[in-house]
Design a protein around this ligand. Structure first.
Ligand SMILES: [Zn+2]
Length: 322
């Protein structure tokens, strides 16, 4: 260091000692760490407890969560019985985790037992449109038979604006309609997406029949699905803007993604990309465990802190473009 620079720095230090500016303190730009007094894992930030700037652990400084992506307690609190992050639906979460796993593995076993079908599924993206449609029809029939439900209508419609959806009306309960637009769906960059969504949308019919059908389930599953479908209908009809996590922690979406991801993951030996297929509470790790097991998480943090803890983990799935 040149002598002149050294002297100049010393002068600044001496000058600032009296005003304590050689520290983490207020400046015109807010809290500033003049002289790097905070440690490497710390930041100079306003600490409301002492009413001043202070070195604080980085982990304690949390930027506000993007309300378009994360779960919002204020929104979910309007109809808590529809969302799996709310304390009152914890019995649903516990019960559905078991059912989804059992039925998911059962559907995989049925499809896998048909060697020709499972072989075609592994080559799905290379097949002609007609062959792809035949696979979807066959998987649909197998799912309907396994779940022992009244079959929803399966409609391939090239005119719909959405690539895939389940059409339902709580005011006029029926098995509903599974509607797929092959032109849009077969362009999906994820090669196995058509199979995943076919399984997902057909699962919605099972949920809808549990909620509203003649053999509706008066237990926890049916009641929660009922709330979720009513809320979802209102969201769709009123074109409400709902965050990614709020929409996908509606009980029916949470479970349908879990079911579709499980079966398609098993059929493709984990090759299907489920990155955007629901929240991490509906996605699986390579070892077959859920990325977020909501029941286990609620046991750990307490049911009333579940949404907050979920959001904290979901930071890993968050991309600012959502
Ligand atoms: Zn869905």
């Amino acid at each position: 260091m040149k002598t002149t620079t050294y002297l100049a720095l010393t002068a600044v230090v001496l000058l600032n000692w009296s005003s304590l500016a050689w520290a983490c303190s207020f400046s015109t730009a807010g809290c500033q760490d003049i002289g790097n007094t905070c440690g490497p894992s710390q930041v100079c930030a306003f600490n409301p407890e002492i009413g001043n700037c202070a070195c604080r652990a980085r982990s304690l400084i949390t930027p506000p969560l993007d309300p378009k992506f994360f779960a919002n307690q204020d929104f979910q609190a309007k109809v808590p019985s529809a969302f799996v992050l709310q304390p009152q639906t914890l019995p649903f979460v516990q019960q559905s985790l078991i059912k989804t796993r059992i039925q998911g593995h059962a559907l995989f076993n049925v499809i896998h037992a048909d060697g020709q079908l499972s072989d075609s599924i592994s080559r799905f993206s290379q097949l002609q449109v007609e062959a792809k449609l035949n696979i979807l029809k066959k998987v649909f029939q197998m799912e309907v038979a396994l779940l022992k439900i009244a079959p929803p209508q399966l409609i391939f419609d090239k005119k719909t604006l959405r690539a895939t959806f389940f059409d339902f009306d709580p005011a006029h309960p029926s098995p509903g309609r599974v509607i797929l637009n092959p032109d849009l769906l077969f362009q999906d960059p994820i090669p196995y997406a058509p199979i995943l969504f076919l399984i997902h949308e057909t699962r919605h019919s099972e949920q809808f029949q549990l909620a509203f059908g003649p053999k509706s389930d008066p237990g926890k599953l049916g009641q929660v699905y009922r709330s979720a479908f009513v809320v979802q209908r209102a969201i769709l009809d009123k074109h409400l803007s709902v965050s990614f996590c709020d929409f996908l922690t509606l009980a029916n979406e949470y479970e349908a993604f879990q079911f579709g991801n499980l079966v398609t993951g098993a059929l493709t030996s984990g090759k299907v990309d489920t990155t955007g297929m629901g929240t991490w509470a509906s996605q699986y790790l390579p070892n077959g465990e859920l990325r977020i097991n909501l029941y286990n998480l609620a046991q750990k943090v307490g049911p009333s802190s579940l949404l907050r803890a979920f959001n904290e983990i979901e930071k890993g799935q968050y991309r600012p473009s959502h």
